[in-house]
Design a protein around this ligand. Structure first.
Ligand SMILES: CC(C)(COP(=O)(O)OP(=O)(O)OC[C@H]1O[C@@H](n2cnc3c(N)ncnc32)[C@H](O)[C@@H]1OP(=O)(O)O)[C@@H](O)C(=O)NCCC(=O)NCCS
Length: 197
């Protein structure tokens, strides 16, 4: 992957960015507005939804983002703490969603850098056995390169648009946190027991 030299110093850290980890109730109105601006830009197909709400589906419990020294977020993800079902087992997960980088900064390593910060908060500040996310086919490799592992079970969830139950057969990935990779139950379907993130 090409990394723009302007984005990184010699030791590989981005020059002008700091990371923020904030519990949802502690977000300021200015934080929410700035995150909405980023999400509108990063997810043009969902721009209408993000124009008025800083999340889609389940309300996040935490946010992790990178911002410029002027306080403008350029890379963001949300975290939802949830007990889910996997077959007959109950598993605690930190659901990762709304992973988005401002379009003018995409492809320069910021998404990867944001994912690399996850182990600093998961599980120390967001207790969970695993990180869990679902994504489109094209992005599975991006998450695998960041240390995530594909699991091959259908995922049931409540569709935020209809309120009905739905099933996703595309890529799902886990990141061991309190648990080890081998602890993931490989038999049976995944049930988010509610809205996705
Ligand atoms: C996906 C995203 C978060 C990646 O962040 P980024 O800073 O651009 O990623 P990095 O520079 O760290 O890594 C780039 C790698 O991401 C992957 N990638 C990024 N966008 C991709 C896409 N639309 N399709 C396939 N792969 C993609 C590629 O493997 C790319 O590698 P390359 O540079 O060698 O081609 C960012 O591109 C983005 O916000 N996209 C729009 C929103 C989105 O799709 N979010 C993901 C929801 S699951």
């Amino acid at each position: 992957m090409e990394v723009d030299p302007d984005e990184r110093s010699a030791d590989g850290t981005a020059l002008d960015l700091r990371s923020r980890f904030v519990a949802e109730p502690d977000l300021s109105d200015a934080d929410r507005a700035a995150l909405r601006r980023l999400l509108v830009a990063a997810f043009p197909a969902d721009a209408e939804a993000f124009a008025t709400a800083s999340y889609w589906g389940a309300k996040p419990d935490f946010r992790l983002w990178l911002e410029t020294t002027a306080g403008e977020p350029v890379a963001h993800l949300s975290l939802v703490s949830r007990l889910i079902s996997v077959g007959a087992a109950t598993v605690s997960v930190a659901g990762v969603g709304a992973v988005g980088v401002r379009p003018d900064r995409q492809g320069r390593g910021l998404g990867s850098r944001l994912l690399a910060e996850l182990p600093t908060v998961l599980p120390a500040r967001v207790p969970a056995a695993f990180g869990f996310l679902a994504c489109g086919d094209a992005l599975a490799g991006f998450y695998e390169r960041a240390g995530w592992h594909l699991v091959h079970q259908p995922m049931h969830y409540v569709d935020p648009d209809t309120g009905g139950s739905a099933v996703y057969h595309g890529p799902k990935l886990i990141l061991p946190a309190e648990a080890r990779l081998g602890d993931w139950p490989t038999a049976g379907a995944i049930d988010l027991r509610g809205l996705p993130w």
